[in-house]
Design a protein around this ligand. Sequence first.
Ligand SMILES: N[C@@H](CCC(=O)N[C@@H](CS)C(=O)NCC(=O)O)C(=O)O
Length: 219
Amino acid sequence: MGIDLYVNKFSTPSRAALMTVRQLQASVNIAINIKYLDLPANEHMTPEFLKINPAHTVPAISDNGFNLWESRAILAYLCNQYSPESSLYPTDPKTRALVDRSLNFDNTIMTAFREVLAAKYFSGVDPPEDKVTAFHNNLKVLDALIGRSKYLIGNHLTIADFSLGAIIANYHWFDFSFSGYPNIERWYSTLRELPYFAEINEFSKEERDIGWFTSKQNK
Ligand SMILES: N[C@@H](CCC(=O)N[C@@H](CS)C(=O)NCC(=O)O)C(=O)O
């Protein structure tokens, strides 16, 4: 039967789920039925989908009657359920706590993206100075957290890399330069070497705008 995974290909947290699935499938046999929902066409508001996720967001999964939404919970569940020993979600409590911290902190990085880069793009208005300051401060913190590590948490790829990597891909969509943040830049280049990264996260501006604003174009 497999797991139904509901996504939209332009949705940041959906892309984190898609990367997690691709990485897990490299080592374990899990059948996933990917179901692309067209958000502008309101395919996430159908009675069938609302039964799975009353919050009507993607990603969501239905695993033989077990329904779950919220991307970070989904990434952790897929590892715990299908590859419990995987270093993608380490079992050592302290290392796992660092992964969890990053999964929480990435919400801050996503908010900064929305309040500064996306806000400017959609409204044409310069964001308030305090938001721009917070935006850069958070990137500085992230750059220092990565430091010399290959991945976010040491030298092993984890689900934190997928969640944050999908967010940082958005910054690239807006041509944001990470030259002032060399560790983020190096870490992101490492992620781009993953065989599925570009396919899942990289779109032309035209494709992205069509996907965001029009229906029936994003499957
Ligand atoms: N915190 C949630 C955010 C999910 C979310 O907001 N997804 C957006 C697409 S990126 C969505 O489905 N929006 C449709 C809606 O809210 O009705 C997660 O990480 O899964």
